[in-house]
Design a protein around this ligand. Structure first.
Ligand SMILES: [Zn+2]
Length: 271
């Protein structure tokens, strides 16, 4: 990948992480983490040439996703077919290029077209998940073990390509800033994963995983977030945090014993 495009993707990831923290930890004071992330954003911005940064700032104000993959010679932001000359330049990564129609930065990523399955016929949040991805009462005593187990299941059911890599990316993100909220609900997620669409696995852990900062972790929403779906993800976690932050809904899903029972509750969220 072109060096500058790679930096822009990292920059966008950091900016999204800042937004996610606001959504997940609404009531919590995370000023030190925020300051650290903002510092990282500034460092990255300072390494970019002025011309690229000013285009990036301008496009970011206009679009949620300022850097988008080119798939089958088409801009994945505005879906116009790109001129051959530009498509070739993007494909060989030698120079950075913007879409001539929407101005988003483009990068080449064939992996976005392959692999995992999605179920899009549901409405609400259910379109990002499946009954196969409801995992009641898994056994784990640490967050790492729970994440590895859920990542392996998600891959085994065919929703992400590489379960081990998925687990690794989830753990790296978790190390950056933990995604657990007071009630013992966690939102581990990994951006840039090879999957056709945003994919969410829902697991309950019984008994909950002991942890210093919240109630024992007993409900995990684990997401694979391909880059172009990052903004959907913000909407997704915001709805999940709102719905399952209510004790009655939380208790309902925690007490489920089968995937069917969990799915029946899950399809109600965000309808
Ligand atoms: Zn475009």
């Amino acid at each position: 990948m072109n060096k500058f495009i790679n930096q822009l993707l990292q920059l966008h990831d950091l900016e999204l992480t800042l937004k996610e923290n606001t959504v997940i930890h609404r009531s919590k004071n995370l000023d030190s983490v925020k300051a650290e992330l903002e510092e990282d954003v500034n460092v990255l911005k300072n390494t970019l040439p002025y011309e690229i940064l000013s285009i990036y700032n301008r496009i970011s104000r206009k679009y949620d996703i300022p850097v988008t993959p080119m798939i089958n010679s088409t801009c994945n932001g505005c879906f116009i077919k790109l001129p051959v000359g530009i498509a070739n330049k993007v494909q060989c990564d030698s120079e950075w290029r913007c879409c001539p129609n929407c101005s988003r930065f483009l990068y080449y990523d064939e992996t976005q077209t392959t692999g995992a399955k999605t179920e899009l016929h549901y409405k609400g949040l259910a379109r990002f998940s499946s009954m196969d991805l409801m995992l009641p009462r898994i056994k784990a005593t640490t967050m790492d073990a729970a994440i590895k187990k859920i990542a392996a299941e998600t891959a085994q059911k065919g929703f992400v390509e590489d379960g081990k890599l998925f687990a690794k990316m989830l753990l790296i993100r978790e190390a950056l800033t933990p995604t657990t909220v007071e009630m013992g609900i966690a939102f581990p997620h990994a951006r840039g994963v090879k999957a056709c669409g945003l994919t969410l696995s829902v697991a309950t852990v019984s008994p909950g995983i002991k942890n210093n900062t919240s109630a024992p972790i007993s409900l995990l929403f684990v997401s694979a977030v391909p880059r172009q779906t990052s903004m959907f993800y913000l909407e997704l976690i915001s709805k999940l945090a709102q719905y399952f932050g209510k004790p009655e809904n939380f208790e309902k899903i925690i007490s489920c014993e089968t995937p069917e029972e969990m799915w029946r509750i899950f399809v109600q969220v965000g309808k």
